[in-house]
Design a protein around this ligand. Structure first.
Ligand code: MSP
Length: 645
């Protein structure tokens, strides 16, 4: 039997859908988990950091088809690209699991059979509105008359199929008890409360198989079914550790006997992790010894990042211009646990200049330059402390370390970084308060000057150690500029005053070069304009495509504002002998009365739709010359009514 001599930490990211779309939002999760893993390694824990890809399901099957690829080749390619990206972002994961790997699929099949045999899974029928994009069923009330997915706005499909179900109700009481007995099981508290009230409302059994697509893990005893993606996906957290195989050593070490087990997820997948996953574990008789940290989203000023809005920021967009550590720092510094944060280049540049170039960068360059200038690069531990401000600084540093440890151990990186930056600013202020350049002019103040240099050196050593999980590259540069030995970088040396004598580097590079705010704004405005042009440019069509559009001249008989909407007008339009109702989003550009009597172009063969309960049977053609204008296209000749197509 292995003797355990170190505490352990197991941390996981959600596994990402193989859509090839890793932006700064999901990179946040991976970076934050990396910070957690690096922090626990630093603390001396035997740490295992897992990430990977969620590769099954209809959406991926369809994406592969569209790309003209076999699903396995398709997901392998995306996994390869994602691994490369994580390497570039300096992610220190110990494993990378793909759910199409045999080590995973085999165990999921066994798990499914075991749940069936125990009666936790049963066969039934599922009927409902299914959204392919979100891989989820929705209720009638959620999708409304039009069958629109409430999450992504795309049309859902009606699906009725034989399906296996996981019994959830059976475990509700046990789950609620676990949540009550372990107040830090789901963090932050607001998310925990959300889960409790959801469970208390009553749980419906969960559909856990599909027969309508093939790209999934077949159910062993009934292979026309594939295991539905969530049961498949969630189990990655234990299959990667060898659960259910003849080599479960990692599972035993990191899970069964583990000290810290942390799943980190975004708020959109809270229920899957806080309800379904614990229930699966209970049904398998596996202890629920994990904590769930739930973070919000990285939002853009327009809201979520989306392809159609064209506002997706990819990590390389940022790192290619500003380097890696500024991105890692920004995301971790800006995101509070539980809530959303905003990404904008203006804010990014501001943080870069203020926190990194000014506060941290200046402290490093001033300290090292002064130690070189006044003591030829040497710092020596003073025998006695003469200045009370020095005592204050070392006390401040010790208090910061305590708070930092508490925050970082509990995934509160934003709070932890605020404390570290308070110390950075305290140390910068200490330089102004002690005015070393004045002390240097007086030979009798040599000892006092050495004391100041030593206190700055020690503060900086501690600061670099504390930020090392977040910006490892920068921390390493600072520590080697200070020539800190590996022994003095260890966890037990995270205390003020361990250095006895050291010689710093003579010449150092600037860590973060100050950015010119206006230049950066111009650069991003140009880039956005180019991207907008790209988004607006539509794919080429043939004349046959165009001929499908039936454009007619119509006369506006009536125009009225739609109640409760600032944008929509309701028109009655005469086209030849019939009158149609058409809704158009031009209320911001026209007063309804001024349009009555106008002859306009109408797309007459557009499929009718209901907008806010009103039927719309066509579309009035408009044109825009700029982003903020929209004009109706009018027909000049009084009696022209012929079909144009
Ligand atoms: N495959 C599932 C997870 C299965 S875990 C057993 C999934 N994948 S995902 O690729 O859509 O999302 C992965 C993670 O990225 C989620 O935690 C999600 O919250 C997070 N994010 C996606 N967009 C995000 C932002 N804009 N900001 C922060 N996190 C974001 O869900």
């Amino acid at each position: 039997m292995e003797v355990k001599n170190k505490k352990t930490c197991y941390v996981t990211t959600p596994i990402y859908y193989s859509s090839g779309n890793v932006h700064i939002g999901n990179s946040y999760t991976t970076i934050a988990c990396d910070v957690f893993a690096r922090y626990y390694r630093f603390k001396g824990y035997d740490t295992f950091y897992l990430t990977g890809m969620d590769e099954h399901g209809l959406k991926i099957e369809e994406a592969a088809k569209k790309a003209g690829k076999d699903p396995q080749d398709f997901v392998n390619q995306i996994a390869k690209e994602t691994k490369l990206l994580w390497k570039e972002l300096n992610i220190s994961n110990d494993d990378f699991i793909q759910t199409s790997e045999l080590r995973h699929t085999k165990v999921v099949q066994q798990i499914f059979e075991q749940l069936l045999q125990n009666g936790d899974i049963y066969l039934g029928y599922y009927e409902g509105d299914y959204c392919v994009s979100c891989e989820a069923f929705f209720t009638k009330t959620q999708v409304g008359e039009e069958g629109i997915c409430p999450d992504c706005g795309k049309p859902t499909r009606k699906v009725k199929e034989e399906s296996y179900f996981l019994r959830l109700k059976k475990y509700s009481a046990r789950l609620l008890k676990h949540i009550a007995d372990n107040p830090d099981f789901i963090q932050p508290e607001s998310r925990r409360n959300e889960v409790v009230s959801f469970v208390e409302q009553g749980l419906e059994d969960l559909c856990v198989s599909r027969t309508s697509f093939k790209w999934g893990i077949p159910v062993l005893s009934n292979p026309k079914h594939v295991v539905y993606v969530w049961i498949d996906a969630l189990c990655n957290y234990i299959t990667a550790l060898g659960y259910g195989t003849n080599n479960p050593a990692l599972f035993e070490k990191y899970w069964l006997k583990g000290d810290t087990v942390a799943h980190v997820v975004g708020k959109d997948i809270l229920r899957f992790h806080a309800i379904f996953w614990p229930i699966i574990l209970m049904a398998l008789n596996i202890p629920l010894n994990f904590k769930l940290y739930v973070h919000g989203w990285v939002l853009m000023k327009e809201g979520k990042m989306s392809k159609s809005v064209g506002n997706i920021v990819f990590p390389r967009d940022v790192t290619s211009r500003y380097g890696l550590d500024s991105l890692r720092y920004y995301l971790v510094r800006e995101m509070p646990l539980g809530n959303d944060c905003l990404f904008s280049y203006d804010r990014f540049v501001e943080r870069y200049n203020t926190d990194l170039a000014n506060d941290l960068g200046n402290l490093v360059s001033r300290t090292i330059a002064m130690i070189n200038k006044y003591f030829k690069g040497y710092v020596i531990k003073p025998e006695q402390i003469l200045n009370p401000i020095s005592v204050e600084l070392s006390k401040f540093a010790s208090e910061t370390i305590e708070k930092y440890q508490d925050y970082f151990a509990n995934f509160r990186f934003q709070n932890g970084l605020i404390e570290v930056w308070n110390l950075i600013n305290r140390a910068n202020k200490y330089i102004d308060e002690t005015s070393p350049w004045v002390l240097a002019k007086d030979e009798t103040k040599k000892e006092e000057l050495n004391e100041v240099m030593y206190h700055l050196y020690e503060s900086l050593r501690l600061i670099a150690m504390m930020i090392s999980p977040v910006i490892p590259g920068t921390a390493e540069t600072i520590l080697s500029n200070l020539n800190v030995s590996y022994a003095n970088r260890a966890w037990n040396k995270l205390v003020f005053g361990v250095t006895t004598r050291e010689k710093v580097q003579e010449k150092i590079e600037v860590l973060f070069k100050r950015l010119d705010v206006l230049e950066e704004q111009k650069y991003h405005q140009n880039k956005t304009a180019k991207a907008e042009n790209k988004v607006n440019a539509k794919a080429e069509i043939t004349i046959t495509d165009f001929e499908k559009v039936d454009i007619r001249v119509g006369e506006i008989l009536e125009a009225n504002k739609m109640e409760g909407s600032d944008k929509l007008l309701i028109f009655k339009i005469k086209i030849e002998d019939s009158v149609r109702q058409i809704i158009s989003g031009i209320a911001q550009f026209y007063q309804p009365q001024e349009l009555v009597g106008k002859r306009v172009l109408v797309v007459a063969n557009l499929k009718p739709v209901t907008i806010r309960g009103h039927l719309s049977e066509g579309m009035i053609l408009t044109a825009s010359s700029s982003k903020d204008s929209l004009e109706i296209i009018q027909v000049m000749k009084e009696n022209s009514f012929a079909k144009i197509s």
